[in-house]
Every structure is written in structure tokens, then in C-alpha cells.
Design a binder for this molecule. Structure first.
Ligand code: NAD
Length: 461
């Protein structure tokens, strides 16, 4: 990505992608200051850990209601920083704030000591803090992605150095400010900047790097972390398939496809990007998808009627338009939408006649584009859906749920929805398979990744 030019002057400007206006600025953290930030986090860690999980939960408890009270304001800020409809930004804040108390309890329960015994040994299995955690986040869910890693890291007794995306620094700062209203000094610190600051944080004296972002950056982080065998949790990109079986209810399938391909302007890690439709129903499905897509009003996210806002920034818009242009030059057909754009606003686009060697089929697009590919039966659908190094989410639509479940079981994604989206029941993790994830967040098993397991064993008398 190209740097916002203001980074050169030690100030990072957040730009509204709908208007080009400056939403606000933050100071860029000099790289030379980052070791000192991490040292302060280390110095603060033992006192924070000494409070115990329940003590930390009590400190953090008031933040949930404060986040809820600020939800509308945060929703507008998110919309202005990265373009999504303000009501979706508000929803993001409400999800985090509304679930706060239950999440605190879930994390504390996941960290509780366990006693494990066999005939001769009694073992206390503890989940201790790791030390200092780096939290590095993307811009597409600027509050929720931070929340998913920072809250369990803190409850586990770690201190955190947080680098929000350079596209959404104000939202990241606002989330940290709410926490810092109750936290002791240096337990959560924010550094601002782009990948330069991210790389410096990864190289600093931290025990764990929690990262959500692109596969390319994830690879670099894993390579750098390997030098000191630092722990990593990497939630990475995807190229999610949707399979429409020949018995699928086509209207709900088309409604889902339009919503899941184009919401947040397609800038969702589990956006539906490839749609494999049984050849027997592909014509009708395309007609219905085009009807649903036409209902999606494109506009400024602050306007109530807007369903699809602008893309986050010109560099991301150009990446998407180039993928479309290259596909069309190689024979793809634009069924609706296309590369006409106004500023950062890109029309939701459906492409057909694509082939697996096109970037639009093989690589993450992260924009409002869906490709529709006819398939010959369930085996062909599974084969093509799995033809990717990614493995975040996948969706299967079919009225015979037993058959759809058999198809789902053969997919190589981490999260698979049948006749619905990918997210699992509460308490389950958000998990990517293959090159979409390395470690994962949420649920008891996700929370425990912010801890060091230690065993204290005694002989049983
Ligand atoms: P990105 O990888 O460009 O940047 C993410 C963050 O990492 C930013 O804060 C950035 O400054 C920093 N960064 C970039 N390179 C770095 C490096 N080498 N070392 C350390 N830090 C570095 O991603 P983005 O454009 O902000 O976000 C979009 C990507 O995030 C998409 O690929 C999307 O699929 C993915 N994503 C995944 C999930 C998930 O749950 N799997 C959720 C949201 C977004």
C-alpha cells in the first residue's frame, strides 16, 4: 500500500474516503521510541498480573457500558475513517460493548486453573500471562479486530502495545482511550504509523504478536518472529467460496450472496468472492443476484440510505479495478457493475466467464466483486472451491441439509456456514485454515493463546 504522505511529516492524517476530507490527525510514533514503549509495558506487567484474573475483570468491567454509550459516535467515526455505513460501525461498537460483561466472564473462565489427575500424579494446569503482547490490526473492522485481541490479552495478565491501522488511527485511539480511562498507566499503549512501525513492534522485545491483516504481512511477521521464536496469532485474508447446489432455494441464496459479497464494500475477510453454482440453476441464480445487487444503494456511509460505502482508499480501489480490468482483458464478462467509478465509490460488480488463472479468481480481491462460475455437480463444486491456498470461510446453499453438510465437510475452510454465514455459535473461535490463519481468536481455546501453560505436579499419596 502507498503511504499517506503526511507520514513523512510525523503526522498521520485519517482521510474520509467519501469526501477526501481530513477526519483528524495523530502523531506518528518514531521507530526509535518503540523499544522504550515496550520497556514501559514490561515494567507495568507484573503489577497488572498480580491483580489476578478476577481483579483484572473488575478493573475492565466499566468499559463495556462506556463503549455502548459511545456507540453512535464511534459508528460515525468508523464511517468517516474507512467508509462503511455508520449504522454498521455503530453495530460493531454495540457488539463489542454489549457482549463485554459476558466476554470478560468467558475469558476468566478459560484461564482458570485446572486440576488433572491420574493414578500417581496430581497436576495443576495454569494459564499464566506471557508478558508483553503486540496487537496489530487492520482497518476493515477497526474496533472489533482490536477488541478481539486486546481484551483477552489484558484479562490474561499481559500488557499490550497496540498499533491500529494507519487508515483508522482515530478509531483505534478511541478504543484505547476508553480502556485507558480505567487501566493503570502503561498497561495498554498505542503506537501510530504504518508497516514501518508495525515491523519495529514485531522486532521489539515482545512475547506474542497478535496480528490481523493480509497474508503477505502475516508471512513477514512469521519470518521475523521465528528469529526469537516469538508466539504469533495470525488472522489473515481469504478468498471465500459459496457453493449453490442444484436444490438450493435460489432467492435466499442470491440475497445472501449479494449481501455477503458487497457489504462493507466487499472489504470483509469472509466476503463471498467466488460463487460456484450448479450449471442447472446458474442462469436463474445470476438473474436473482443482479436484482438483489441493484437494490444496494452506493453512497456516503453517513447517509441513512447507503448500503455500500466507498472503498477505504485509492490504493485499495485501484487494486480492485485492476483485477477487474485484467479479468475482462482475458475474456471475463461483466454481468453487472464494472470498472466505472466515482472517487472511491465502486459499483458492486458480478463477473462471469472467469478462469482459475485470473487474479480475480486466485487472489484476494477485498472489494465489491463476485465471480460466478458454473459447476457440474457436487464433486466439481468441492474441487473448485478448494482450489486455493486460502481457507478462511465457505458457504453452502442447498435445501437437503444432509447433502449440503456432506459437501461442507469436504471443504478445506476453517468456518463453513450452511444456508447462512460462516460465524459459529458463541463460545466457538473465529478460525482460518490453511494460509488464512495461524492460531485464532475467540472462544476459550482462542483466549488461551494469550497465555503460557504451566504445569505444577505433585505425587499422589
Ligand atoms: P495489512 O496486512 O496491510 O495491514 C494490517 C496491519 O499490519 C496494519 O496495521 C499495518 O500497518 C500493519 N503491517 C503491515 N505490514 C506489516 C508488517 N510487515 N509487519 C508488521 N505490521 C505490518 O492489512 P489491511 O489492508 O489493513 O487489512 C486487510 C487484510 O486483513 C485483508 O487481507 C483481510 O482479509 C484481512 N483480515 C483478516 C481477518 C481475519 O479474521 N482473518 C479479519 C479482518 C481482516
Amino acid at each position: 500500500m502507498s503511504l499517506p504522505t503526511s507520514l513523512e511529516s510525523n503526522t498521520l492524517a485519517s482521510i474520509d474516503p467519501a469526501t477526501g476530507e481530513v477526519v483528524g490527525t495523530v502523531p506518528v510514533t518514531p521507530v526509535s521510541a518503540i523499544p522504550g514503549v515496550v520497556a514501559r509495558a514490561r515494567a507495568a506487567q507484573s503489577a497488572w498480573a498480580a491483580l489476578g484474573a478476577q481483579g483484572r475483570v473488575e478493573v475492565l468491567r466499566p468499559v463495556g457500558p462506556a463503549l455502548l454509550a459511545a456507540a453512535e459516535e464511534l459508528g460515525r467515526l468508523i464511517s468517516r475513517e474507512m467508509g462503511k455505513p455508520a449504522r454498521e460501525g455503530t453495530g460493531e461498537a454495540k457488539d463489542c460493548g454489549g457482549g463485554w460483561a459476558a466476554e470478560l466472564e468467558e475469558i476468566a473462565a478459560a484461564l482458570a486453573d485446572e486440576v488433572v489427575e491420574d493414578a500417581g500424579t496430581r497436576t495443576l494446569q495454569c494459564h499464566d500471562p506471557l508478558g508483553v503482547c503486540a496487537a496489530i490490526t487492520p482497518w476493515n473492522f477497526p474496533l472489533e479486530m482490536a477488541h478481539w485481541m486486546i481484551l483477552p490479552a489484558l484479562v490474561a495478565g499481559n500488557t499490550v502495545v497496540f498499533k491500529p491501522s494507519e487508515e483508522t488511527p482515530l478509531t483505534g485511539q478511541a478504543y484505547a482511550d476508553l480502556l485507558n480511562a480505567v487501566l493503570p498507566p502503561d498497561v495498554l499503549q498505542v503506537i501510530h504509523g504504518d508497516e514501518t512501525q508495525g515491523k519495529a513492534l514485531v522486532a521489539a522485545d515482545v512475547e506474542l504478536i497478535a496480528f490481523t491483516g493480509s497474508r503477505a504481512a502475516g508471512r513477514q511477521i512469521l519470518a521475523e518472529a521465528s528469529r526469537d521464536l516469538k508466539r504469533v496469532i495470525l488472522e489473515l485474508g481469504g478468498k471465500d467460496p459459496m457453493i449453490v447446489l442444484d436444490d438450493a432455494a435460489l432467492e435466499p441464496a442470491a440475497r445472501f450472496a449479494a449481501r455477503n459479497s458487497f457489504r462493507n464494500c466487499g472489504q470483509v475477510c469472509v466476503s463471498t468472492e467466488r460463487i460456484y453454482v450448479d450449471r442447472a440453476v446458474v442462469g436463474r441464480f445470476l438473474e436473482l443476484l443482479a436484482v438483489e445487487t441493484a437494490k444496494m444503494t452506493v453512497g456516503n456511509g453517513l447517509e441513512a440510505r447507503t448500503v455500500v460505502g466507498p472503498m477505504v482508499a485509492p490504493w485499495q480501489r485501484d487494486h480492485v479495478l485492476q483485477q477487474i480490468d485484467a479479468a475482462v482483458a482475458a475474456g471475463a464478462k461483466v454481468y453487472s457493475g464494472g470498472t466505472g467509478h466515482h472517487g472511491n465509490f465502486v459499483m458492486p460488480t458480478i463477473l462471469t466467464d472467469v478462469t482459475r488463472d485470473m487474479a480475480i479468481v486466485a487472489e484476494e480481491t477485498f472489494g465489491p466483486v463476485a465471480v460466478v462460475i458454473p459447476v457440474d455437480g457436487d464433486d466439481d463444486a468441492v474441487r473448485q472451491a478448494n482450489d486455493t491456498p486460502y481457507g478462511l470461510g465457505a458457504v453452502v446453499f442447498g435445501q437437503d441439509e444432509a447433502r449440503a453438510a456432506r459437501v461442507a465437510r469436504r471443504l478445506t475452510a476453517g468456518m463453513i456456514g450452511i444456508n447462512r454465514g460462516v460465524g459459529g455459535a458463541s463460545g466457538t473461535p473465529w478460525v482460518g485454515a490453511r494460509q488464512s490463519g495461524y492460531g485464532y481468536h475467540k472462544g476459550p481455546s482462542g483466549h488461551r493463546q494469550f497465555t503460557q501453560v504451566r504445569l505444577i505436579s505433585t505425587r499422589k499419596s
